[in-house]
Design a protein around this ligand. Structure first.
Ligand code: SAJ
Length: 419
């Protein structure tokens, strides 16, 4: 075999995953654990170094074992884009808070870097969530312009992920997926790649449909949560227990209401639905209202805190504590966290920041933050459960003599206030 054909052989087996965050890294290690040659690329060189030193950067059930297996299979990490046969781009897609439209800059700059190093006919798979039409509007022109300049063609695919933080590895294996491709043959090739670890059904469709399904799924969940939040407020005024109401409603074969909470965080449900509002403002009325309802929940909780303080004769915040900083239970991710939103809002009204503690946030992220559960409990008379981490569920007896506002319905101590 000549050097050239040997190189081609290596390239055919090579996947370069761009962006080693919550989606890119698990996907990269999963592929590598299946024996596929993978290089993970990230612009954060400190992260690359950590990964090279064998230290994964987040906690997920089963992730550490998978990471070790990927290392054994030879996964590599780099700050540079690599010549490869297939690229999987999993970089963030923020939105503009004013226009509510997607900011595709990270995706576009990654694609721009990929086309500098990729061989002819490489496949670029966008895994990042994008608003419907983003690939045609922003990504395709980069590919087309490059083809005009260099004559090099590349194939575009959109394969949005569906995994849930907290159960990522299980879901990576078992969830069904969608793959949108211009060319069905390329779609089938990428389906085969994902089938190396995914046992769920993989539907191949066009790019536009794949973009739409991803944003529609997250929007459906956001609207359902908003309904639960609104119902919680209605039940409160009506004097009924919203959790009991939802439990009974959900026994109906065609009803499935989600749970109310202190707000919606994370990088998906709290952002993706805004893409519809940004692009279709006149017809996304239900979605816009739902998103506004969800974003108003941290303030609603702050109002409840104030009411409960008044009822119990507490007139300053120094003995009040928020349990939980992450956006939901048993994950270490604080992006768009309802607790941080509540603290932000509280800062505008009162000078002393409320005490706060989260077992999974070991670094300082806000003022008055505790790193020890017992000291936090000792220093507070009124505990607001913002996140139902396993730790608090297993130690509820420590809250026995406290005033409690339970925004997650995890506490059954008598007298605990609910949303
Ligand atoms: N929440 C509630 N009530 C509920 C469920 C969730 O208030 O009944 C809150 C959570 O506490 C959290 C937020 O909503 O603050 C979002 O959490 P989540 O568990 O609903 O969703 P994510 O953001 O962790 O993951 C979602 C998932 N999408 C869907 O279920 C449709 C996941 O499958 C996607 O892969 C992910 O978004 C993504 O990356 O898009």
């Amino acid at each position: 075999m000549s050097a050239g054909s040997n190189r081609r052989f290596i390239l055919l087996k090579m996947v370069n995953v761009i962006g080693l965050g919550y989606i890119g890294l698990p996907t990269a290690v999963m592929l590598a654990s299946c024996g596929i040659c993978v290089v993970g690329t990230d612009c954060n060189s400190a992260l690359v170094k950590k990964l090279r030193d064998g230290k994964p950067n987040f906690i997920e059930n089963g992730f550490e074992t998978l990471f070790r297996s990927a290392v054994k299979f030879g996964i590599r990490f780099s700050s540079d884009y690599q010549p490869a046969d297939i690229y999987i781009i999993a970089v963030p897609t923020p939105y503009c808070e004013i226009t509510k439209k997607i900011n595709p800059d990270y995706v576009c700059s990654s694609v721009g870097e990929v086309i500098k190093v990729c061989p002819e006919d490489a496949v670029i798979v966008i895994e990042s969530t994008v608003s419907p039409g983003t690939i045609d509007r922003y990504v395709r022109p980069i590919i087309d312009e490059n083809k005009l300049k260099t004559g090099k063609s590349v194939n575009l695919v959109h394969a949005p992920e569906r995994i849930i933080p907290g159960n990522m590895i299980e879901e990576l294996i078992h969830n069904s997926r969608v793959i949108g491709a211009d060319n069905p043959e390329i779609g089938m090739r990428i389906k085969k790649l994902y089938s190396s670890f995914c046992t769920g059904e993989i539907v191949v469709t066009d790019i536009r449909t794949a973009e739409m399904t991803k944003v529609a799924e997250n929007t459906f969940r956001a609207v359902n949560i908003a309904f639960a939040n609104e119902l919680a407020k209605i039940c409160r005024l009506d004097g009924t227990d919203v959790y009991e109401v939802i439990k009974i409603c959900n026994m109906h074969p065609r009803v499935n209401i989600l749970q109310p909470g202190p707000g919606v965080g994370g990088h998906c449900i709290s952002i993706d639905p805004w893409f519809f509002v940004g692009d279709y403002p006149d017809i996304s009325r239900v979605i816009e209202t739902a998103m506004t309802t969800n974003s108003g929940m941290p303030d609603y909780v702050l109002g409840r805190i104030y009411e409960i303080m008044k009822e119990n004769g507490i007139d300053d915040f120094s003995r009040v504590g928020l349990y939980g900083l992450t956006y939901k239970e048993n994950v270490d991710d604080c992006r768009e966290s309802p607790t941080l939103q509540l603290l932000e809002s509280q800062k505008r009204h009162f000078s002393v920041p409320i005490k706060v503690y989260d077992p999974l946030v070991t670094y300082d992220i806000t003022a008055n933050q505790y790193h020890n559960f017992d000291s936090f409990i000792f220093d507070t008379d009124f505990v607001v459960i913002m996140v139902g981490h396993r730790e608090i569920c297993d130690n509820m007896d420590k809250l026995k003599n406290k005033i409690i506002l339970d925004t997650r319905n995890v506490c059954n101590l008598p007298g605990a206030y609910k949303l």
